[in-house]
Design a protein around this ligand. Structure first.
Ligand code: AMP
Length: 419
């Protein structure tokens, strides 16, 4: 009977023919992070639910509607991480890293889980490259994190990506702003979705980020936070804008960006694909998060995360993945005497770091050569009784170069020299 179990809705499989695309992106992420002095951290796929309730914010869409939360067999409430920032802060607190060398810079490549309505570019399991910087309140830190994200996108060959920035101020300037929002939304309270009606008192800014069409429409005319910034927040934003301009990083100011997570303060930003309108990366400053999780600690932080599925999609649309180049060698065999000789040559090649394959299917030479071609082998060698006897082989260059003869004992080296 055919397998009827399918991958869960909103999840993706990566097939062997496509995995190089993911590896290209992951390699670029590691390279660029390293250039800016960020080192990798890893953390568990699930955490205590409370971490995200407190870290992401209990009035956010992510926490209110989208978390994969369940009780484990020990009756503890755990949640599959919906993002990486809260976990990254937890790691630093738990291991005392905030007491060490500052600024602290870390990056991660993770899967993340959100129970969202699957659609183009929106999945229930997705992957992120994220980077976080702790300990600096300077707008130059904001510039560095934005520059890191921009460099990553450029490294992937993605130009024509719009950078939108905004400042959502600090708790001080938000007091007046919250009041203005409450007044604005109260006038149309009955039209808001049920979740947003509940947000009106507790956190009216969250209404600006609701995905319901009617809330979106009402939010479009709401007062703008930029008009409510205190002098310090204004100055921070001015210095950041100047530093981005000085660094040749183009940006637009979008006063509507508030971001979906509660912990942001001051700078928020998004990199968007202008063709699809999808956000490829987003982030910002979150000076209140660390103390939210440990009231004794006052450490500012900021960071961003980029969505890898969306990057693969956009790069595919723009033809940015090169056709895989021919590489390695296929050692075809004709008859049983050739098998140990072919195995030896293949293992010599592998020791030199070169991909080498031999026949495992008992196929004809013709069928073996077809496999060699389809798997993009650079070289092909056929070993039969006469090659075993003479101790020499002819190496065919499948990339169109001249074939050449080599002694069996020298063949691996001869191929390696030509790659
Ligand atoms: P966020 O943590 O919401 O700021 O997301 C950061 C980035 O992750 C976004 O800009 C997207 O590229 C990506 N992302 C967020 N949610 C999803 C999702 N459900 N499916 C695919 N990618 C996502």
């Amino acid at each position: 009977m055919a397998l009827e179990i399918k991958a869960p809705r909103g999840t993706n499989d990566v097939l062997p023919a496509d995995s190089y695309k993911w590896q290209m992106i992951e390699d670029a992420a590691r390279r660029v992070a390293q250039r800016f002095g960020y080192r990798e951290i890893r953390f568990p796929t699930f955490e205590s639910t409370e971490l995200f309730e407190r870290g992401v914010g209990d009035t956010t869409d992510v926490v209110q509607k989208e978390m994969y939360t369940f009780k484990d067999k020990g009756d503890r409430s755990v949640t599959l991480r919906p993002e990486g920032t809260a976990s990254a802060v937890r790691v630093c607190l738990e291991h005392g890293l905030f007491g060490g060398l500052m600024p602290l810079k870390a990056y991660y490549l993770i899967s993340a889980f959100r129970y969202e309505k699957p659609q183009a570019g929106r999945f229930r399991e997705f992957h992120q490259f994220g980077a976080e910087l702790y300990g600096s309140s300077s707008p130059q830190a904001d510039r560095e994190v934005i520059e890191l994200a921009a460099s990553f996108l450029r490294e992937l060959g993605l130009d024509r990506i719009a950078l939108n920035i905004n400042s959502i101020g600090c708790p001080e300037c938000r007091k007046n702003y919250h009041q203005a929002l409450k007044e604005y939304f109260s006038a149309r309270a009955e039209e808001l979705c049920e979740t947003c009606r509940g947000r009106l008192e507790r956190n009216p800014m969250r209404i600006l980020d609701c995905k319901s069409p009617i809330c979106k429409e009402i939010a479009a005319g709401a007062p703008l936070i930029l008009d409510y910034l205190c002098d310090d927040c204004k100055e921070h934003f001015e210095i950041l804008k100047k530093s981005l301009t000085d660094g040749g990083i183009e940006f637009h100011i979008d006063p509507h960006i508030v971001r979906g997570l509660d912990y942001y303060t001051r700078t928020v930003f998004e990199f968007t694909d202008p063709d699809s309108g999808l956000a490829l990366a987003g982030g910002g400053r979150y000076d209140g998060l660390v103390s939210e999780l440990d009231s004794k600690m006052q450490v500012c932080g900021l960071g961003f995360a980029a969505g890898l599925e969306r990057l693969v999609g956009v790069m595919q649309e723009r033809g940015l993945f090169p056709e895989p180049a021919r590489e390695g060698a296929y050692i075809a065999t004709m008859g049983q005497n050739a098998v140990p000789v072919a195995n030896k040559l293949a293992s010599e090649l592998r020791k030199l770091g070169i991909r080498a394959e031999t026949d495992l299917m008992n196929r004809s030479v013709k069928a073996q050569m077809k496999y060699a071609d389809k798997t993009n082998s650079r070289f092909a060698v056929v070993i039969g009784d006469s090659e075993v006897e003479s101790g020499t082989v002819t190496v065919k260059d499948m990339a169109g170069g001249e074939p050449f003869e080599a002694a069996l004992s020298e063949a691996a080296k001869a191929m390696a020299e030509r790659i």
